[in-house]
Each structure stands twice: as structure tokens, then as C-alpha cells.
Design a protein around this ligand. Structure first.
Ligand code: SF4
Length: 216
């Protein structure tokens, strides 16, 4: 089977199985709010933090301030208190305040609908910018986190060392019709089945298409 056909087949199987899993927190927030600013902030909060913690921290923060103007008017301590205990909450509070201020002053309190402009914001890397483009604006993008990097390598689609290389390689391989759901599907699958240390290959619905499974 050609690689592109194998990729399509694998993604279709994951789609059929996705109802068994909860969506990642940022997708949930995007679906409920349709607000690129909330997508951006919750994505920043989610880095190195469990989804349940991110969810509650986002709720607490958005309850007291949910726009660039309102968040930039908060003190650092107020932001820290709202988002604690997300990982690196002090650094994140500082970034969130800085970004809110820049959005207010430079972008008329709006999140720029442009990948390269997003990358200019301190603390926003390719993954976050892609998430905002896909889930905030409904545009094309391939957000690559640790799951989206690890699993395609295990499956044998690519051989890459860094997420940036994975993004480049997958942009050429994954049919565009799957880009919107790719991150969601692979994060769910990585959190529940194809875990980093002990992948649950015995119950995996795509083991028939996996190089790692064939080797082990
Ligand atoms: S067979 Fe194992 S390694 Fe391969 S995708 Fe499934 S869980 Fe991951």
C-alpha cells in the first residue's frame, strides 16, 4: 500500500475511534467560545500542564478577565492567582500579560489572523501559532506537539528528530482534508493508547499499519 493511502486509512480508523476519547482542552475551549484570544491564552496555559488543570485555570482567568484590555489591566499577582497551579505559572502569567498588552496596543485588541504575526509574540512558537490558526480561525495548519511528533514516527510515516521537521514532513504527506482534525486525533490517541512510555499496542486499532508494532 502506498504511504499516502496508508496514512488516509490510519486517520480514518482513528476518526472512527475518536468518540471513545475526550477532546483536548484547547479544542474544547475553541468549540465552546469560538474566540481566538481564548484559544491563544488557553494554549499558552496548557504547555506542560494536564488538561484538567488547564481547563480550570482558563475558567478562573476568563471569569475575571477575558479580553486583551481586561487581562493587561490585571496585576501579575492576580493572573498568577487565577492560573495557579499550571506549570510555570509565574512565567506564563508574565507572558500572558505582555501578550495582552501588545495585542491591545498594536493589534487593536485582536489576535492577528496571520501565522507570521503570531510568531512575533513572545512565548508563541509554531505549535501555538498553528493551534490558533486552526482552532481559532478555522485556517489551514498542522500543530505538532509531542504526540503528533512521536506517533507518526512510530507508525513509520516519517523519521524526524524535531517537531519542526515533523511539521515540514507531514505537510507534504497528510492530505489537506485531514489537517483540521489531525492534532485533535493524535493528541487524544497519544494520551489514551499510544502513550510515550508504554504504548498499549495490544488494544490499538491501527496496529496493522504500524512499523513499531511490526518490529516489537
Ligand atoms: S501499535 Fe503501538 S506503537 Fe503503533 S500506533 Fe498503536 S499503540 Fe502506537
Amino acid at each position: 500500500m502506498k504511504l499516502r493511502d496508508r496514512i488516509s486509512k490510519t486517520i480514518e480508523i482513528l476518526k472512527r475511534n475518536s468518540a471513545n476519547f475526550k477532546s483536548p482542552v484547547v479544542t474544547e475551549i475553541a468549540g465552546r467560545t469560538k474566540d481566538p484570544f481564548k484559544v491563544l491564552i488557553s494554549c499558552l496555559l496548557s504547555l506542560r500542564t494536564k488538561d484538567a488543570v488547564t481547563w480550570k485555570a482558563s475558567e478562573r482567568l476568563f471569569k475575571i478577565a477575558d479580553t486583551p484590555e481586561k487581562i493587561s489591566a490585571l496585576s501579575l499577582e492576580e493572573i498568577e492567582r487565577a492560573i495557579y497551579p499550571v506549570g510555570f505559572y509565574r512565567t506564563k502569567a508574565k507572558r500572558i500579560k505582555e501578550i495582552s498588552k501588545i495585542l491591545k496596543e498594536k493589534y487593536n485588541s485582536r489576535v492577528p489572523n496571520d501565522f507570521n504575526e503570531l510568531l512575533k509574540l513572545k512565548g508563541v512558537g509554531r505549535k501555538t501559532a498553528n493551534i490558533v490558526m486552526v482552532y481559532g480561525f478555522g485556517k489551514e495548519g498542522l500543530p505538532i506537539d509531542t504526540h503528533c511528533h512521536r506517533i507518526p514516527n512510530r507508525l513509520g510515516w516519517i523519521k524526524t528528530k524535531k517537531p519542526e521537521d515533523t511539521e515540514k514532513a507531514l505537510r507534504k504527506l497528510i492530505p489537506k482534508k485531514y489537517w483540521f482534525e489531525f492534532n485533535d486525533l493524535f493528541v487524544q490517541f497519544g494520551q489514551n493508547i499510544c502513550k510515550p512510555l508504554k504504548p498499549m499496542c495490544n488494544i490499538c486499532p491501527i496496529k496493522g499499519y504500524c512499523d513499531y508494532y511490526k518490529r516489537n
